[in-house]
Design a protein around this ligand. Structure first.
Ligand code: NHW
Ligand code: EN5
Length: 409
């Protein structure tokens, strides 16, 4: 059933599908027995890696997108804004800004050759794209330097022509050339084979607009004014010592984050302060980060961040975009006297208040990390989307979403 994926070094899907139905039937978790974590296929020796790009159908050619070139960046923005991910009813489409794309695709050590595009030979129009960025992760006990794949996109007019397998094979080849044989990626769809499946949750900050755009529905027997009241938040944050992250906080945040991530099984590893600055320093209209500084000791005890990813409202007369933010990384220092639960709730409540102050319509998160501690009490509601997490050329046991620590953009 998977002409392409059945040829790739990924685990088969059958066992997973069975496992998911058993879990649903008996509301329990069983686990497929995988004895040992490890690669599915051996690394290809350097001299056996294909030297030239995979052939494309004759009307197309490869190109490398130079994101430092304003016009190429804007071509990529246009391709994605018109053709990237939509919800299952095609009512909303992700609208990553050009500035966001630069941030997501140019971390320390990024490779220009991993910004891989396809153009129509005759008129040079950009019609497809796939990206890779270097990353360090830990899965269970194994630490790896690998590639994160994102922004796979084929123009709507060129769908179902098997272009994606060519893009995937080509980014794989370009990873192999750099000595990288594993990848991590996420997708809304089910492919062979998810390590974990997470659900989206949404915290309504602007009920009127969300209802007008059908992002959410007015519950039967509830009036607009009651809904507005239900989602009302205080005007100001409550945590003492809360302030935006600064460059000098990077070492402390790196320590806090890496320690907090010890709780989970699939996590990012922040290897340098430079990386922490890249991924977490506030960037207007892209990412917000806040720290809690203990007023007495001047040490950092907590940290949270969220990124801005609006969605275009497809074909609406009045509203063109939903301003959405997504919870990104956070960390809480464990202490004996203060339990995590209450503090995490208070912290994320402040995040909601700050987002509301920035005129954000909806605050989104996944049911990963310890997010279940605040999802209900802070009035997040389940969305209709799921996000599946995958690794390429790696076998390991799958896990519950509460063991996940990786947030992909
Ligand atoms: S997930 C977002 C993907 N993008 C979108 O959904 C945008 C809107 N859709 C499109 O642009 C985040 C097209 O529908 C796409 C498919 C391009 C999705 N991942 O070209 P064909 C990411 O970017 C398989 C993987 O005819 P199409 C992560 C499909 O199962 N495979 O389809 C990306 C089928 O194979 P099968 C996907 O609709 C991770 C084949 O593609 C997929 O015109 C990539 C059909 O191709 C998806 N999201 O274009 C993998 N969607 O075997 C990285 C479909 O079933 C792997 N397919 O016959 C690692 C590589 C690096 C390794 C390094 C060692
Ligand atoms: C790779 N980095 O489906 C990402 N979004 O729930 C690619 N639904 O916004 C993979 N259909 O539930 C991305 N409103 C996979 C996700 C693709 C996008 C997607 C979902 C996530 C979404 C919204 C709109 C649904 C419109 C109809 C949704 C309900 C919100 C409501 C708020 C109030 C409390 C109850 C829930």
């Amino acid at each position: 059933t998977h002409k392409f994926w059945d040829t790739q070094p990924v685990p088969r899907l059958e066992a997973w599908l069975l496992y998911m139905s058993v879990q649903r039937l008996w509301e329990c978790r069983v686990n497929e027995e995988i004895d040992e974590d490890g690669p599915i296929e051996e690394n290809t020796p350097h001299d056996q890696i294909r030297k030239d790009p995979y052939p494309l159908p004759k009307e197309f050619e490869w190109c490398t997108i130079d994101l430092n070139n304003e016009s190429e960046l804007s071509e990529l923005y246009t391709l994605l804004t018109n053709n990237y991910v939509e919800d299952e009813d095609a009512m909303f489409r992700f609208d990553y800004s050009a500035k966001f794309l630069k941030w997501a695709l140019q971390p320390p050590g990024y490779k220009k050759l991993w910004h891989c595009g396809v153009r129509v030979t005759s008129n040079k129009k950009l019609v497809a794209f796939i990206s890779g960025t270097p990353a360090d992760i830990r899965i269970y006990k194994s630490k790896q330097h690998l590639v994160e794949i994102n922004f796979l996109c084929v123009h709507k007019k060129l769908r179902s022509k098997r272009l994606s397998p060519v893009l995937i094979k080509e980014i794989t080849r370009r990873s192999h050339v750099q000595g990288i044989f594993q990848a991590v990626y996420t997708a809304g769809i089910v492919l062979p084979k998810p390590i974990c499946s997470a659900r989206y949750f949404h915290r309504n900050l602007n009920p009127k607009k969300l209802i007008e755009t059908n992002f959410s529905r007015l519950p039967p027997n509830m009036t607009m004014s009651r809904v507005i009241k239900k989602f009302k938040l205080p005007a100001e944050t409550a945590t003492p010592g809360l302030r935006p992250m600064k460059s000098k906080d990077a070492p402390a945040i790196r320590k806090l984050l890496n320690e907090y991530m010890d709780k989970f099984n699939f996590v990012p590893v922040f290897k340098s302060d430079e990386e922490v600055r890249h991924w977490l320093l506030p960037k207007e209209g892209v990412i917000w980060s806040y720290v809690v500084e203990d007023p007495a000791t001047k040490t950092l005890t907590d940290f949270f961040s969220y990124y801005f990813l609006p969605s275009s409202v497809i074909g609406h007369a009045v509203h063109k975009t939903i301003n959405a933010v997504y919870l990104y990384y956070y960390a809480i220092k464990e202490t004996e006297e203060k339990a995590v639960k209450g503090r995490l709730q208070a912290l994320i409540k402040d995040a909601l208040i700050l987002a509301k102050q920035e005129n954000i319509d909806v605050f989104n998160c996944l049911d990963i990390m310890e997010n279940n501690l605040f999802i209900e009490p802070l009035k997040f509601g389940a969305g209709d989307g799921t996000l599946n997490y995958y690794m390429y050329n790696w076998k390991c046991k799958d896990m519950d979403s509460s063991k996940l620590g990786i947030v992909m953009l």
